[in-house]
Design a protein around this ligand. Sequence first.
Ligand code: SPV
Ligand code: MG
Length: 567
Amino acid sequence: MAHNDSNGATDRFESLLTSKARTLRRAFEGNGVVRCLGAHDGLSAKLAERAGADAIWASGLEVSTAHAVPDANILTMTDYLRSASFMNDAVDVPVVADCDTGYGNVNNVIHMVRRYEAAGIAAVCIEDKQFPKVNSFVPGRQELAAIGEFVGKIRAAKKAQRTQEFMLLARVEALIAGWGHDEARRRAHAYVEAGADGILIHSKQPNPDEIVRFIEEWDAPVPLVIVPTTYPQLSLSDIQALNKVRMVIYANHGLRSSIVAMSNTFKEILAEGTTATVEPKIAPLKEVFALQGMPELKDAEKQWGHTGKDPIRAIIPAAGQPQDAGLRNAVGGGSVAKLAINGKPLLQRQLELLNNTGIQDVRVVVDQDAGDFSVDGATMVKKDGAVGSHMVGSVLAGLQSASLQAGDRLLVLYADILFDRTIVERLSDCDGDVTLVVDRAFASRSASGKTVDLIEASLPRASDGRHLASEARNQLQNIGDSVTGDAATHEFIGMALFSVTGVQALTAVAASAPAGADLTWCLKQLLDGGTEIDVLEVERGWSEVHTLADRDRVAAQLAGAPYLVAS
Ligand code: SPV
Ligand code: MG
């Protein structure tokens, strides 16, 4: 009896357990042929599914080989089940598990059926050989079990299964053992009688004659399964035309192709003394991560990963072009986000810094015609002309796409700054509705003729000498053009954190922003409207990149050049 929790989780699990088996059972009732590809682990199963396999054959030969041991019951049921479970977890298509002889006698078969069924495996296949078996293609001993003994295993297996959908395939090895057609047919009929849901008839002949004869003579209403490893001349359309085979198993071709591919790659690396020549021929790491499910993992962290603090999403307004002609040239007319610093785009550097402080959801707002520049892990948002020009419009566009949830916080970060990670870490500890990061070491920079966003804070600026940050709350008193050089205490660095309430206030003032308004304008409006704005004081530890000289200085510092403190 299924108990349903508020998310329907139990029902989902129950149907997951049975739905693959049901899919397979339905396919057996139809007229088509289920194409199974052999696999041995999650990756090979996933590749088979990606190639279009209808089902996965959890091959004993493949799993044994992947462990570098003979296919002769050297591994235990637990080993095979573990491999089959990895395959099953990796794919949405049904898994048919090769369970050799059932790993012992009837009691082993009963245990096996319960364990495989509980693991969500759609079907198991047992063969009528003696335990321990050896692979059917190995010359020499291929000892068959007595018919009565195998019939007992089938009956026990059918009794042991708990769901209707789970299927048992009985595999006839009489042709493999050289006992001929009559024996094969006699056994197959006895197994159908005992309740088998399908008969796998195996042959190792180098042509299809033997198997075709068996199929043509087959007169029971139970589907056949074949494994055309040694008789590849028999194509899928030939099999379909025979109209009694409902499953074909291409049992080991992925394993064998990987042996060639891996061997060649390994040999080439050692022969060449470099991996450079193999690199273009092998899967890029991006594909490796996709196969692992890394994008899903990141999404889950974004959605549910909790650091104990309210999650922060970031918006980087990166529309427009740099004002400086040199920089404009360097980025080929696009956003400063593209600017390479020591070979890595500025945006990628920002993203890595944010990600490393636990901020995973980063939206970068670019112009509608910004082309396809993007950085892995960032969501690029194309700004619609309707959301207003300049930076405020970009922040609004980012907000529209971010759909903040209750409890989320928003970090707004200028596209043209780099910063020490500790600044973001300290900022994320702040709990005001609006907090600006401000630098007290601004005087020398404004004196050098740069335009800086000066602010006035409630606590006085430290004079010369050593300085201990105050524990008292420091609040914004003024920002924008009306801050005079004398009254200025700090410089706004272009990084601000908003609570949901802060975001609501920001959105309200941004809606009435004039063309060309920037974030500073909005902050001034908020302040004048009575919003309390905190400031987080830092001393250096960041840099804007407004000119090529800035870029070169930042590049040198990132590469380890001494940090030159201007006097
Ligand atoms: C397997 O893949 O392990 C099989 C099929 O049992 S065969 O190797 O052809 O016997
Ligand atoms: Mg096998």
